[in-house]
Design a protein around this ligand. Sequence first.
Ligand SMILES: [Zn+2]
Length: 316
Amino acid sequence: MKVIYSKHYNIDLGLLNYLHPFDGTKFQTIYDGLKKNAGVEFVEPSDAVSMDIIDEFLSSIMQHRVRNKNGIFQALEVPRIPLIGFSFLDRKILTPMRWGVAGTIFGATQALKNGGVYWNVSGGYHHAMQQNMEGFCIYNDVGICHQQLIKNGLLSANDKILIIDTDAHHGNGNAYTFMENRHVTILDVYNAGIYPTSGYTRDRVDIPVPLPPGTDGQTYLQRYSEALEKLDNDYRLAFVVAGTDTLMSDKLGGLCLSIDDVAEREKLTLKALSQHSIPTVMLGGGGYSKDSAKSVIRAISTCVDLVRQSRDSHFS
Ligand SMILES: [Zn+2]
């Protein structure tokens, strides 16, 4: 299994790490937990995505807002700190996120060229959109990636794309980004009792699985399996926002999955996509608990064998 990781993904604010429950160095922990796994091959993008590519995607107002520290503070849901300038935020938080976007583009490009699964441990910024940034998401990596793949001739605008979103939060940014694009199918499993609650974006989801707060793993996996059966088999590419904020220990997600449940979920995802031979890029998404890194390590380890077996029969 190809796992996309760069040491540049890590967000380390030093003394300011307390500002957000997000464990910004979990990517390093995931790498350390998998580096001895013979079934994992680490690959990485060569550079962070450029601001030119970001700007191509953004509305003109957003091109200014992503360069303004107050807007960034708001989107990151942290208090404004007068002494911190934009350059600090850019270096410590936004540049790692642009590496994450580069990882998504790299993974999608490779998946389209070679088939199979590329697992970006970062990315999955599903609350960002052309006109807004929120929920700790600044750049909508799926939208930016889709735009670049078409521009580079790897996809046509009419190619069918699948977005599966199993993060605990509804992916309003992806829904908004592809609001008018009927070539993009969205399957979204989310806690219906938490942010974001916009009916406008929730209604865009083609295969919605809204769950009540506190849903347990068994129910979640049952409902998710039923949803996966509704997928077509002719998608050119699948993006999967595999957030680990569905874990019971996560304070923000409000669902009750165990680490094994999340691993089982990723197995269900990859089994369904491999049955349809859909090139796939997995994305980190949200995950704010102390168990998040442990859960990703378990999930990738569990899926390594599955992907290896599937590659011979389904993936080319
Ligand atoms: Zn989330």
